[in-house]
Design a protein around this ligand. Sequence first.
Ligand code: SF4
Length: 362
Amino acid sequence: MKYLTEFRDPALTKTLIQKIEKKAIQEVIIMEVCGTHTMSIFKSGLRGLLPPQVRLISGPGCPVCVTPQSYIDTAIQLTERQDVILTAFGDMLRVPGTEGSLMAQKSKGRDVRMVYSPMDAVQLALDNPHKEVVFLAVGFETTAPAIALSVDQAKKADIHNYSILQSIKTMPNTMEALVVEEDIQIHGFLCPGHVSAVIGVKPYRFLSEKYGLPAVIAGFESLDILMGIYHILDMMDKKDYKVVNEYTRLVSEEGNLKALEMITKIFEVTASVWRGLGSIEGTGLKLKQEYENYDTVKKLGIQMASEQPVKGCICGEILKGKACPLDCRLFSTACTPENPVGACMVSEEGTCAAYYKYGEFR
Ligand code: SF4
């Protein structure tokens, strides 16, 4: 339990809360970008312990939530093909498309399979040479190395019936897009811990250098998060804005060089479509030309479905930190984890799911 209990110490928690109270002399809005942070904050009850001046808002850090509706619709269309085995991480199966979900397709007998790793999908391709095995490549810099590895391995092993439906996203430019959007107010960032373990500290430096914003890379235990909040308030108090790496037990300045090398071998940066945020330049990864044979869209000659708004769902506003789930009239009535209307209610890391699970009701 080392590295766990010491980051949940009640006495230290109390001391930190007191220090935060002293620093919180005005309203401060802090965005936690990562869905795991959102869940940790709710799970540990931190929101109720912080002074009211410190407002935590959730950002676009849940991979399932930011995947656009059109992507889900395209995946559902693919399941209608007899020559395709569609594979995905478990969360993706429950995300509602315009009509139904991948889980519903599976229950109708379509060949949809949950996998734990993209390499499982490569193995399936090897075992099913007469089928095209498509992997739903969603996620951030955290899942990108494993997806890149699967493509690399498939190419090396001469496997030609494996491809990925691309929707991999990257974080730093997305955070910049939120910073420059006029009607969003963010005073500081809790940077995503898992993504940072891969990309390191450097890619966030623009936040302080270009925009004068404090940012902290924090772990996921309650003391990690409180330390992050305290550092942000302290930097604001001293008007000394930096990017602080408080998660040094996992995050280094340069990041995970092997993982980054694998990403840059297979992918290049591109624009990406985010649910609710639209297309943002430089926030996605696409296969390099020499790996295009592993791109499902090109290989199967399909068109991506068009984007359809989900009636009544305000996931997009929530992902930008402009609204909270309680502002959605469908929350906990028409939309629940058992019957989700929007993606933010599906994932373990979704903001709506966090509000629901931990009982934040008006
Ligand atoms: Fe969308 Fe449901 Fe969240 Fe409302 S409660 S924003 S419908 S996911």
